[in-house]
Ligand binder design. Structure first.
Ligand code: NAD
Length: 325
């Protein structure tokens, strides 16, 4: 199988590619991988092996339709990760989010259709559902995105659905909760707090810290995506949860403990505009239909992630102080 991975130099995409190259995804052993990534501020070529006989790296933009049409022939499948992914940036400037996430995704699906790619997975997020005070969302929940990031991802989900329904593109959508793990940009909550703790800086906690997120290790997310790629049905959406609900304050306290600091390191800062209170997914469908189950226990995954950042300052130090990190 030959797979093209958009956004494969980012946090989750690069994890997916590394596991493919290590033959770590059952049923996809031996797959050849083309990574298409524009290397935005969030992408890093060093997240991937410098050279590998089954890896081709192409620096390019999903907004470039001629490039996609040129690249895609010969590929059996596309896994589409490329996106602008940081909510805070979308509050500052939504334009690039709409262009990359909505228009760029449409380009990817259009190029897949025109070149006859047999299978497509569109990687989306739980944030498209909005915010939920109690209970959890199934895949049938209406989309009520609140941030410009979530709205641009919801747009891409609807465009994906239209390409399945109108053109018969064999496409599935995954909607995952918050990921954590190695190689995540230091602008995101867990790497920001971990690297601040390592540097002895305070942890900026939004508002009262009561916002609840469901956390999933990136390795579990990538196994779910590989399963959906192999076994998912066309036109279907699969929620990928994990069940580890934590308030942001609880995350901060767990990390303070791992870092051997005390809670005086936690500093309350002005809340994010329109900050969603709680996300929670019902992922019964992927568990029952595709046999998925997360494997990484949260406390273990968090401790391993802390250790990874402690052991890899050369990877994250250049990101600190650049933009939001
Ligand atoms: P990321 O920001 O770490 O990586 C995004 C990658 O896309 C980068 O390598 C970047 O260079 C590339 N990219 C951006 N614009 C591009 C363009 N126009 N053309 C080509 N490449 C471009 O993001 P991530 O956290 O790895 O997220 C990957 C996907 O998973 C996104 O679609 C995101 O919405 C989704 N997702 C993320 C999470 C999470 O917790 N991080 C949770 C659920 C879903």
């Amino acid at each position: 199988m030959r797979v093209l991975v958009t956004g494969g130099a980012g946090f989750i995409g690069s994890h997916f590619v590394r596991t493919l190259l290590e033959d770590g995804q059952p049923g996809l052993e031996g797959a050849a991988v083309t990574v298409l990534d524009s290397l935005s501020y969030a992408g890093n070529r060093a997240n991937l092996p410098a050279a590998h006989p089954r890896l081709e790296f192409v620096r390019g933009d999903i907004l470039d339709l001629p490039l996609l049409l040129d690249l895609l022939p010969g590929h059996d499948a596309v896994v589409h990760f490329a996106a602008e992914s940081h909510v805070d940036r979308s509050i500052d400037d939504a334009n690039v989010f709409v262009r990359t996430n909505a228009e760029g995704s449409q380009n990817v699906f259009e190029a897949c259709r025109r070149t006859g790619v047999e299978r497509v997975v569109h990687v989306s997020t739980d944030e498209v559902y909005g915010s939920i005070d109690s209970g959890s969302w199934t895949e049938r929940e209406p989309l009520l995105p609140n941030s410009p990031y979530a709205a641009s991802k919801a747009a891409s989900d609807l465009i994906a659905r239209a390409y399945w329904r109108t053109h018969g593109l064999d496409l599935s959508i995954t909607r995952c909760s918050n990921n954590y793990g190695p190689y995540q940009h230091t602008e995101k909550l867990i790497p920001l707090f971990v690297t601040n703790l390592i540097e002895g800086s305070p942890l900026p906690l939004y508002g009262d810290g009561a916002n609840v997120r469901e956390w999933l290790h990136v390795d579990d997310h990538c196994r779910a995506i590989a399963l959906v790629l192999r076994k998912g049905a066309a036109g279907e959406v699969y929620n990928v949860g994990g069940g580890n609900e934590r308030t942001n304050r609880e995350i901060a306290e767990l990390l303070v403990e791992l870092g051997g600091a005390d809670t005086s390191a936690i500093r309350r800062v002005a809340d994010r505009l329109g900050h969603d209170l709680r996300y929670a997914l019902d992922d019964t469908k992927i568990r029952e239909e595709l046999g998925y189950a997360p494997r990484v226990p949260f406390e273990q995954g968090l401790a391993d992630t802390f250790a990874w950042y402690r052991d890899h300052p050369a990877w994250w130090k250049p990101l600190k102080g650049s933009g939001r990190a």
